[in-house]
Design a protein around this ligand. Structure first.
Ligand code: SF4
Length: 754
């Protein structure tokens, strides 16, 4: 059995009591989101009436999930914690590294050979530390989590932004960086700013061509890509209960596209049935017993304006299918207006490829609805005019829909079944095209459609819709087609209309699979060897960072004074560097290469104070490191904004940077620096930024009295021998100072474990 029934039992046993305490404390009815949050406080976190969008709260998630790209550095770090097993049930999913080119079998074989060293590492490290491992071909992380691990009222984190998909089964599931996953697996708390709450009341019932996907396409149009920032979206109302569990998953999945922390739904019959159909009747029975705690209080839903920060109402009976895009998922157009928009905006009318599936939309219901359209079209003498691909979300779904004949239906229409993996959704798509410069249109049932996301081609106009709309468009080969009103000419020259899609929520014969692709970890992994080839250019075992020697850090050379915006992308670029995300030394060759040098306004060109020459940032840092000279990075406002990528903190630490001194930090990056044993400081007087000169050597003069709230003084020695003294602040608490002293948070955990 893959899921951890004892853990779920423990959560359900303690939930009612914790919720009641929280309700008494805040003295009002609670939303579902609050119930889940308040019942997952970390043991160290006192219960308080937390202030939304203000209070930072320590939580104890029930699970961790990692995809293969982000799992590499997370697990390399976890190995440093000195733990025998991950502290909470955790899984790794091999889905991101499989390139779609020819079809499922051949593509999978190629990926297994190209990524062998990564898969061998992930499989062996999972085996050793009690982590479930889903092999390449087993499926996409979020679909596999929904089918096996998600449970109503649970809290999980995952190292992928669409972890939020598990809200379809009533979880609070949040996408995080690898550092957070490491913390939770190492038994540390997970910190989150207490979110704002957005309520979405769904009334009515879906019908015809409209599906659950259209709910979130509509919501994205209302809230835009930023509207959900810092908020959890909670769906409720009779319309919510009428949706299938997997439809709810689709809605929550694309909550990432509005920037929401996550989205969730209250426990209902559709969830119970989904749990039972995926062999988790025990979980459903336990959930049934505490079901009033697995949804918001009735008073909340009766008067939502009083309890949510924002309320949106959507009537499903009136909702039209939507098509969102191109280039952004919040450009929402109702189907009836779409042809006009296509013409007015001069978007390429010919549809070149329709792609269905992915973690967003490959449920049994999705596939059967799309297949019903495809089948009727063929019966009426129609073939797909556009290319058509199907990406199943998991082997469980793929096997079942193949058994039930639906894949054959797609293949008969000219469709190509791709591996159960991310493939075209994340640019892992060797698309066949005769002219990459041509403006062209594709439509997918995926979630994101930013420029270049699918095929790396900036000329591709990518639209997002439900699988059934994608299928209809692929048959028409034309973006101006409206399946609700228009006809198509068949092979006999007759005008025919596509039927409304018909779906089956759950397979009548049940789900089936021969080999789901799961590898259970060893009971006792102490003898398991983690496989890393010492010559690998993609993977490198980490060595612990040095402890603080208790002395002031002196003689630091200024590495770079960054001007203006310096995001985690400027500090550790993505793109081709993703290949090296499991190899700290190799990926460090991108360190700060995107940052603008204040002194010459160029990127990746800084003065080497030893040679006097200008060189790349990593080269200069390596030179200082080789000479045993510490260095310091200076930055502007909101330094480190962007992603939670831990590489942005690990690389400077690896290349000998000891201090990052800025006008202000993005909070997550500041915490990541602290975790890696770096000193993150801010100017007390912002104008002191101007005092930092290109040839400065900098000493800390009072680090020996490092204490919470106590400023730290720096002495600047300029090239002409003159000096300046500046005062800096920091936000280290007692515990974080211990991280600094130990050399990193993981060093400290290791010490404590020992
Ligand atoms: Fe991310 Fe796409 Fe893979 Fe889903 S299918 S996990 S959205 S890359």
């Amino acid at each position: 059995m893959a899921f951890d029934i004892d853990m779920i039992k423990a959560v359900y046993e303690s939930m009612p009591g914790k919720i009641e305490k929280a309700r008494q404390l805040v003295n009002r009815p609670l939303t579902l989101t609050e119930k889940i949050l308040y019942s997952h406080l970390h043991d160290n976190q006192p219960l308080e009436n937390f202030e939304r969008a203000k209070s930072y709260v320590d939580f104890a998630p029930d699970r961790v999930a990692m995809q293969d790209a982000t799992a590499q550095m997370a697990l390399l770090q976890f190995m440093q914690a000195g733990k025998k097993q991950a502290a909470v049930p955790s899984t790794v999913h091999c889905d991101h590294l499989i390139q779609a080119e020819i079809g499922a079998d051949k593509d999978l074989e190629k990926a297994k050979s190209n990524n062998k060293e990564v898969y061998d590492f992930l499989s062996s490290v999972s085996n050793k530390y009690g982590i479930g491992f889903w092999k390449p071909g087993a499926g996409i992380i979020h679909q596999v989590v929904l089918e096996n691990y998600a449970f109503p009222g649970g809290m999980m984190i995952g190292t992928d932004s669409h972890t939020v998909n598990a809200g379809g089964l009533g979880m609070v599931a949040v996408g995080v960086g690898g550092a957070d996953a490491v913390d939770v697996m190492a038994g540390m708390p997970w910190e989150l700013k207490f979110p704002k709450l957005i309520g979405v009341k769904l009334t009515g019932k879906l019908s015809g061509w409209t599906s659950a996907k259209d709910v979130i396409l509509k919501v994205a149009g209302i809230l835009t890509v930023k509207g959900g920032t810092g908020a959890i979206v909670e769906y409720f109302g009779e319309g919510a209960e009428s949706l299938s569990c997997t439809g709810k998953g689709t809605i929550c999945n694309m909550g990432a596209e509005i920037g929401a922390t996550t989205s969730t739904f209250g426990y209902d019959n559709s969830m119970s049935e989904y749990l039972r159909s995926t062999e988790r009747a025990e979980v459903a029975e336990m959930a049934d017993k505490i079901k009033e705690h697995l949804t918001g209080d009735a008073e909340v839903y009766a008067d939502p304006e009083k309890y949510f920060d924002q309320v949106i109402e959507i009537n499903l009976s009136e909702l039209e299918p939507h098509i969102n895009g191109p280039f952004t998922p919040d450009r929402a157009t109702p189907l009836s207006q779409f042809a006009k928009e296509v013409k007015e905006n001069n978007w390429p009318e010919t549809l070149e490829v329709g792609l269905i599936g992915s973690c967003t939309n490959s449920s049994y219901e999705d596939i059967t609805r799309a297949a019903s359209v495809a089948e009727e079209a063929q019966a009426k003498g129609l073939k797909a005019k556009a290319e058509f691909t199907i990406t199943p979300g998991s082997e469980l779904v793929r096997y079942t829909v193949e058994r039930d004949g639906y894949l054959k239906t797609f293949e008969n229409m000219g469709g190509v079944v791709l591996a159960n993996a991310c493939g075209p959704c994340i640019g892992q798509w060797a698309r066949h095209t005769d002219d990459p410069k041509r403006k062209n249109s594709i439509i997918t049932s995926f979630n994101r459609n930013f420029a270049k996301r699918n095929d790396g081609n900036p000329n591709t106009h990518s639209f997002v819709a439900s699988p059934e709309i994608v299928t209809a468009f692929a048959i028409a080969g034309d973006l101006t087609f409206n399946p609700m009103t228009d006809t198509l000419k068949n092979e006999a020259g007759e005008e025919v209309k596509l039927p409304e899609p018909k779906g089956i929520e759950l397979p009548i014969k049940g789900f089936a699979v021969e080999d789901a692709g799961y590898q259970a970890p060893a009971e006792d992994g102490s003898d398991v060897e983690v496989i890393v080839n010492p010559d690998s250019e993609r993977l490198q075992l980490l060595s612990p960072f040095d402890e603080w020697d208790g002395e002031n850090i002196t003689g630091m050379k200024l590495l770079i004074k960054a001007k203006g915006k310096c995001t985690t992308d400027h500090i550790s670029m993505a793109g081709p560097w993703l290949r090296y995300r499991g190899h700290l030394d190799n990926i460090s060759n991108n360190m700060l290469t995107g940052a603008v040098n204040f002194f010459n306004e160029e990127t990746d060109s800084i003065k080497d104070q030893i040679s006097g020459e200008y060189d790349s940032v990593p080269n200069v840092a390596r030179h200082y490191k080789a000479e045993g000279i510490p260095s310091i990075v200076v930055g502007d406002h909101n330094y480190g904004e962007g992603s939670s990528r831990e590489h942005a903190a690990m690389e400077p630490r690896h290349l000998g940077v000891r201090v990052v001194l800025v006008k202000s930090f993005a909070r997550i990056h500041e915490t990541n620096l602290k975790k890696q044993g770096m000193l993150g400081l801010t100017f007390e007087n912002e104008n002191d930024y101007d005092k930092i000169l290109e040839d400065d050597v900098i000493d800390i003069i009072d680090l020996d009295s490092f204490a919470p709230g106590k400023p730290i003084t720096l002495k600047l020695t300029h090239a002409d021998g003159s000096t300046d003294t500046i005062v800096t602040n920091h936000t280290y608490n007692e515990g974080q100072i211990e991280w600094f002293k130990a050399g990193s948070a993981l060093n400290l955990i290791k010490k404590q474990n020992a």
